[in-house]
Design a protein around this ligand. Sequence first.
Ligand SMILES: Cc1cc2nc3c(=O)[nH]c(=O)nc-3n(C[C@H](O)[C@H](O)[C@H](O)COP(=O)(O)O)c2cc1C
Length: 177
Amino acid sequence: MSNILVVYATTDGHTRKICQRLQQVIEQQGNQAQLVQIDEPHPDLAQYDKIVVGASIRYGKHSKLIYEFIEQNQQLLESKPNAFFSVNVVARKPDKNQPDTNPYLKKFLRQIIWQPQQLAVFGGNLDYPGCRYLDRQMIRLIMWMTKGPTAPDTQIDYTDWDQVETFAKLISNMPDC
Ligand SMILES: Cc1cc2nc3c(=O)[nH]c(=O)nc-3n(C[C@H](O)[C@H](O)[C@H](O)COP(=O)(O)O)c2cc1C
């Protein structure tokens, strides 16, 4: 049995939802998983067998706190089986939904020194009614430019939940050190 820590950054809760599904599947596989949001104090990382980090994209960027966490814990992360995933709506496009085709993940990996052993990209949640006015207008503009839906009542979950389950099983099956 592995004891797995999942550290995540979320703004509107969708990445947390993905982490909760990861936790469910990891635990169904006979392991333990603990979820910690990046802006909460995190427990001693040394006590975990594997570490997973996940973050969503907002205006082209992953959370600054995620970069800081990675930088501060680089050595520890590298000493254990580890994984990273990104959540964004660009990943709704079939030609941009893989670690080596998603522009945000590719850029992120160029910016950090850590080289995660496993990677995933998940489509995010598009919820115009749930956005503040300015955010809604900005995202509609971005979606218009990238040929996505722009109707103000659009609510689409682009996450492929089977892909999330597959990633959870992959994490579960990574051999402990
Ligand atoms: C204000 C705002 C800005 C966003 N900017 C981007 C972006 O630049 N590129 C992108 O692919 N997705 C963008 N998204 C989509 C989010 O990545 C997606 O909604 C994701 O599910 C958010 O996850 P979270 O709730 O865990 O933060 C944006 C969403 C919001 C609300």
